[in-house]
Design a protein around this ligand. Sequence first.
Ligand SMILES: Nc1nc2c(ncn2[C@@H]2O[C@H](COP(=O)(O)OP(=O)(O)OP(=O)(O)O)[C@@H](O)[C@H]2O)c(=O)[nH]1
Ligand SMILES: [Mg+2]
Length: 609
Amino acid sequence: MAFTFGGTDLGALAGFFGGPDRKRKAFDGQTDGNDSDSLSEMDPEDGLGDISCYESPSSLPPEPEWGNVEYKLKLMNPTRYRFEHLVTQMKWRLREGQGEAIYEIGVQDCGRIKGLTAQEMRGSLETLQRMADKLGATVSVLRERSVDAGEGNYRKTAEILVRKIPDDQVLIELRVAVLGNADVGKSTVLGVLTQGELDNGRGGARLFRHLHEIQSGRTSSISHEIMGFSDKGSVVNYLHCRTAEEIVASASKLITFIDLAGHRKYMRTTICGLTGYSPHYAMLVVGANTGLAGTTKEHLGLALALEVPIMVVVTKVDRTTPSVLSQTLESLESVLKSTANLLPIRISDEDDVITARANQEHENCVPIFCVSNVTGAGLDLLTKFLYVLPPRVSNKERELLEQEAVHFQVDEMWDIPDVGSVVGGLLKTGVVTEHMELALGPTENGSFVPVRIESIHRNRTVCRSVRASQSASLALSSRSNPDLLSRIRKGMVLLPLTAIAENISGSLYFQASITLIRHPEGAITQGFCTTVHIGNVCQRAKVVGIFLGNQGLRTNEKTAVLFRFCRAPEYIQRGAQVFFFSAGIEGIGEVTHLFPLLSPSSSSDEEAP
Ligand SMILES: Nc1nc2c(ncn2[C@@H]2O[C@H](COP(=O)(O)OP(=O)(O)OP(=O)(O)O)[C@@H](O)[C@H]2O)c(=O)[nH]1
Ligand SMILES: [Mg+2]
């Protein structure tokens, strides 16, 4: 079956964007041939005798040098010096995982699963707990496995989640965009997860933003719902807390769901949600009864083109026969495997959850959860997966982003009595602190103006600073240009104040290398108008030049296209992804040249078109 984003093969689409090599690197079954250790060297008397054995892998991939996963064969009675070393190492692994580390106990560095006796495991877990205590971290056992040691003896391995929120970070945060065709149960599953109460099959659990959404039962806007987890993995949601502030205060990990619209007529809003809010993961919701209908494949194609890792949630299993469910699962798996080169894993127990979590690291595995929002079936496994889902940006990457110049993208704005203008959005790079002077723009003439950050709120709580890849609301003031604040629009950015002296400006014209994916009439020509999506910029633009003869750009062709924004200049960056999707015409590409309205004071290779 061909997998398309609209009408084009997805393999070509991913290749066009130079997507990551989604290598199949299964968690199970890799052995290290050089490892001379053998299970027969174990003392059979150490065996765990009565533990029932299930098929478990003989090895894991070798221990990654970087990242937050640490293998330890044994942690028995370390000397004081060794203990200090282990604590330092744990601290490093926690930093790598932004506050989360996974310890595989009973596993050698090469990945060989040796297993421990019950006594060794007890001793090792005690040491691990002491190490965690020293750092103020918490420890929870994700799973235990049994290893056949021969002659009817078994040994144990354990996978442990160690969690400590870094001192400068209140919470571990993940953004999950929820995609899928209309009526498959996206808003319902979010309602159930965030409110803690099951649905009645008539949409009782859903949360809507607008009256017309309540009346039609259809999501048309982008809404954000939150769900938290305590250190020990208990859910913190509106069943336990009355307000979002209480959830934030009680949680150590916070998932923000971005609920998107499934119906094709809201595709533009859905693309905005996916391109603008930089989600860490996409949850593709599929109705067990309807399969890959409607916009499902387009949504999947979008997530893949944007390189957002995917999890699939198949809903309505309560009202589907087993044969229809298995048909849906088979067609889903075939699409994921054959055309997107992904590795689907059906999640049927907690062990699968942990395996899928480990494979998320390699970005090739797509867990599939089968749930009912009415009976609650399968929701416990989905919840557990969300609890163990790792933050996607490593600590090192985050530090590098923090060292770059400030770039805050404005997604929303409010005028709040007694506070004034407040903008909400994502800090892509840099660090913003209270009372900082920044440059806001571009204005109508492309320029930037100075503003001051009066206060910062994150997750509805006041804070002093916001760091790269976090979202926040910033209260602004502008002495030089007070009425500008009433003209703030989505797509504006905050840059360092030096942007003004350097004449940094927005561009009305930009050039992009575009592949036309679909066009009912065959080609786009000069004068064609469409809404372009570039990050959180979403504005109509007109094609003013096509560098491919006089015939225009035809379906499946790729060429340089010069656009002009219709309304206002925008601050966009070279290399940014461009999408347009309207009236059956779909194109995708990358910004290659910008034509700023003001000439930058520093030297530039750009010229006006
Ligand atoms: N029986 C059953 N009904 C469900 C389940 N999940 C959702 N529904 C029902 O499906 C209908 C549509 O659910 P929504 O959550 O509004 O669907 P949506 O995907 O958000 O739809 P759009 O917002 O239009 O894209 C509602 O009547 C829900 O009660 C489920 O697991 N079982
Ligand atoms: Mg909805």
